[in-house]
Design a protein around this ligand. Structure first.
Ligand SMILES: Cc1ncc(COP(=O)(O)O)c(C=O)c1O
Length: 482
């Protein structure tokens, strides 16, 4: 938000844009919402959008685009090879990040596939602040393993630490000593730890990690999918950067890394992805895989229209008014929930509001997926679709036992510039009602469990008749209301 104070002293997340195109949404009666979540196997990924009131599943590929982005889409050059669109995007990337080479890819996980295939050898470890589902899957599929070295503070649900995404420097040094640098494929820093609260990484920490990696000759790979939020937090939480231009901070981040990749479904509010590096040898190695898996080098699986929108979207990411919109809405929802006693991750992060299902549903054992149950219950109570970020989002251990997640979170994501404050208040209201009736929520069990990335399309059923009882209580309390 720009520097606008309200006379009342209230901290209102003021929108710095106006809405000029809208999409009608439906709010079904609670009985129909119950039927929809049952039909979806209690997996919010399997709901149909027509049945959803507010889609807060993700911020990926569902952000509102600016009029400038739409206008840019009209000038796309769709040549298979040598497209002008590619050169326009490449020039913007070079200007913003200052890195030498750009490889386009169809989305973030495609970058992870290329990077992991190029860098991970069987038996090697990738050391990182925290994993993301697809990044871990690509590392393990290539025979590597993941070691997480986030500071202990990162695992605390409630904290005053402004940069809970930071790597623990002692753990990093210890890991290099124990594993031997030749067994570390690369160090990965994820801006805005997606799975544990969207928490940012500080510049001081990145600088220190980069220095260690350079001294040891270990590659530093930066996942910048959530860079926009991270830039906002650097600006407002690190006094040293308050008056530094966003573009300068971005350049500084890029200069500290060897490989920078991103999902353009998030960063730049379009649909696509990209890898940047100034390392020629690495670029040449990854380049071959782009043509094998993604497409020719001047589009890499992206639509040229999206590439044009991305070029503009990246430039807009350098605007504080643009990148502040999601974090201030997240903070507004978190504050409303905190005021009602609902347990959420603090400080509020980027990307979404993270509700702590371990406290919310403390009566549900982790083996019965409390965060999954909470996402299903929230849909029944409100028509709001959010995402489980807990044990369901983990892969089982090799021996088939559950790998319990470090946190059980229901992530209420904010597609950028999509929802209004009254919709945020509605979400807080229904979540508060749910919290008051939390004893009604029960566990879930799998009826169909895929081996890989099971949370995407696995199907579950409720243990007992709690969903029906929850819907009945809703009707009792809200009468005729939707
Ligand atoms: C931090 C992070 N890395 C990588 C990805 C993967 O990107 P995509 O969904 O475009 O494949 C995501 C997506 O949510 C993400 O949040």
């Amino acid at each position: 938000m720009s520097n606008v104070k309200f006379m009342s002293g209230e901290n209102v997340p003021l929108e710095m844009h106006k809405v000029r195109m809208v999409q009608k949404v439906n709010l079904l009666p609670v009985e129909e919402r119950l039927k929809c979540i049952e039909d979806a196997g209690f997996n919010t990924f399997l709901l149909n959008n027509r049945d959803i009131f507010m889609d807060m599943l993700t911020d990926s590929g569902v952000n509102a685009m600016s009029q400038e982005q739409y206008a840019a889409m009209m000038q796309a050059d769709d040549s298979y090879a040598g497209s002008e669109t590619f050169y326009r995007l490449e020039a913007v990337l070079k200007d913003i990040f200052g890195m030498e080479y750009f490889l386009p890819a169809h989305q973030g996980r495609a970058c992870e596939n290329i990077i992991s295939q190029s860098l991970v050898k069987p038996g090697q470890v990738v050391v990182m602040n925290y994993h993301f589902t697809t990044s871990k899957a690509h590392i393990t599929v290539n025979g590597g393993s993941v070691e997480e070295i986030i500071r202990d503070e990162g695992f605390k649900i409630n904290s005053n630490d402004p940069f809970k995404g930071d790597i623990d420097i002692d753990k990093l040094k210890e890991s290099i000593k124990r594993n031997g640098k030749e067994n570390i494929a690369f160090v990965r820093v994820e801006a805005g730890t997606n799975l544990i609260g969207g928490q940012p990484v500080s510049m001081d920490n990145l600088r220190e990690v980069s220095e260690i990696c350079r001294n040891e000759g270990i590659l530093l790979v930066y996942d910048g999918s959530l860079l926009g939020d991270n830039l906002y937090f650097i600006k407002i939480r690190d006094p040293k950067y308050r008056d530094i231009e966003i573009k300068r901070i971005t350049r500084e981040i890029a200069a500290l890394t060897d490989v920078f990749y991103f999902s353009a479904r998030k960063l730049g509010s379009a649909r696509g992805g990209g890898i940047l590096t100034s390392n020629k040898e690495l670029y040449l190695k990854m380049r071959e895989l782009i043509t094998l898996y993604e497409g020719f080098l001047t589009y890499g699986g992206m639509s040229v229209r999206e590439m044009e929108a991305l070029a503009v979207g990246l430039e807009e990411t350098m605007d504080f008014d643009v990148i502040s919109q999601t974090p201030i809405m997240v903070e507004a929802l978190c504050n409303e929930l905190i005021a009602s006693g609902v347990p959420v991750v603090t400080p509020p992060g980027g990307l979404g509001c993270h509700v702590d299902a371990m406290q919310f549903c403390s009566h549900i054992p982790q083996a019965q997926y409390p965060a999954g149950a909470l996402t299903a219950a929230l849909f029944i109570a409100s028509g709001v679709r959010c995402m489980e970020r807990g044990t369901l989002s983990e892969q089982r251990n090799e021996d088939g036992t559950e790998r319990f997640a470090d946190m059980e979170l229901a992530r209420i994501a904010f597609p950028r510039r999509v929802f209004t404050l009254s919709q945020v208040k509605y979400t807080a209201d229904r979540l508060t009602w749910l919290y008051k009736n939390r004893e009604l929520i029960g566990g879930l069990e799998f009826v169909d469990e895929p081996k890989m990335l099971r949370f995407f399309f696995g199907r579950l059923k409720a243990i007992g008749d709690w969903p029906q009882r929850l819907a009945e209580k809703f009707r009792e309390d809200f009468g005729e209301s939707l």
